[in-house]
Design a protein around this ligand. Structure first.
Ligand code: SAM
Length: 248
């Protein structure tokens, strides 16, 4: 997977790219990352990338020419790359979108700043993506979030573990509870079943934990989940339990 990031602040990415799973993915060639300074594609002594909005009003707008040139340059690396404008007005980013993007060969991210980009750049982008219903000062954190979520889905990125398969939002569930040493912390013990060595019983406990956490924290996810008879049995038992508490 080849990521190109178009930004006026390329240094922001230095730390992000030099730690943990992302660093390892770069070192092992699972991903390549190309941060591009949009200023290098701007004309004139001052390499200006923004200007005042036509029609007046507050703020500045990113000029289209440097962006178009930077996108064209990025496309030379992987011609079929998908060009994504980070924007609060875009398609909401979710795990399913991360999975979809992880199948592509290349992604080009355009990090907006100020009031955003000149409208005429839209014909050169493939889509807008938003990381949530709030407004950031720039697209850089959004690019990092998407790169992080996509990279961990790439084969080999998690170092041979299969943990991405059971992560939250896979199959419309949140992940089960986790425990590690010590066996007792502040008087609270690890559930006996997790110490039992009985893999079947542990798998059942984890499924139940996953279903209950989803029911309590994100019941909306269950609307899209196809529940099998075992899921239904677990949820029914917990709903009855909750009902007992309410009516006591
Ligand atoms: N004036 C724009 C609006 O109201 O739609 C907001 C511009 S914002 C201050 C500057 C840049 O931050 C945007 O061009 C975009 O690249 C990025 N950005 C802000 N919020 C974002 C979000 N929720 N998701 C993705 N990118 C975002």
């Amino acid at each position: 997977m080849d990521f190109s990031i178009l930004t006026i602040f390329p240094d922001i990415f230095d730390s992000f790219l030099s730690h943990g799973i992302i660093r390892r993915a770069i070192e092992s060639g699972i991903v390549s990352v190309n941060t591009m300074d949009i200023r290098n594609f701007a004309e004139g002594k001052h390499r200006i990338t923004d200007d005042r909005p036509y029609g007046g009003g507050a703020g500045m707008v990113m000029k289209p020419e440097p962006l178009a040139k930077a996108i064209a340059e990025a496309k030379k690396r992987i011609p079929g790359s998908r060009t994504i404008l980070l924007s609060p007005q875009g398609r909401p980013f979710k795990q399913s979108v991360a999975s979809e993007l992880s199948l592509l060969e290349g992604l080009i991210f355009i990090c907006g700043r100020y009031e955003g980009v000149d409208e005429r750049i839209y014909k050169t982008i493939d889509e807008e993506i938003s990381i949530g219903d709030y407004v950031l000062t720039g697209g850089e954190p959004a690019a990092m979030i998407i790169i992080d979520a996509v990279t961990r889905l790439l084969p080999g990125a998690l170092g041979g573990e299969d943990s991405a398969e059971k992560d939250s939002f896979t199959d419309h569930l949140l992940e089960h509870a986790h425990y590690t040493r010590p066996p007792v912390f502040e008087g609270e013990s690890v559930p006996d079943i997790l110490l039992s060595g009985n893999h079947g019983a542990i798998a059942d406990w984890r499924l139940e934990s996953s279903l209950i956490r989803t029911l309590l924290k994100r019941p909306d996810l269950l609307d899209s989940k196809i529940l099998d008879s075992r899921d239904k049995k677990v949820l029914k038992r917990w709903c009855e339990y909750i009902e007992q508490i309410i009516s006591a």
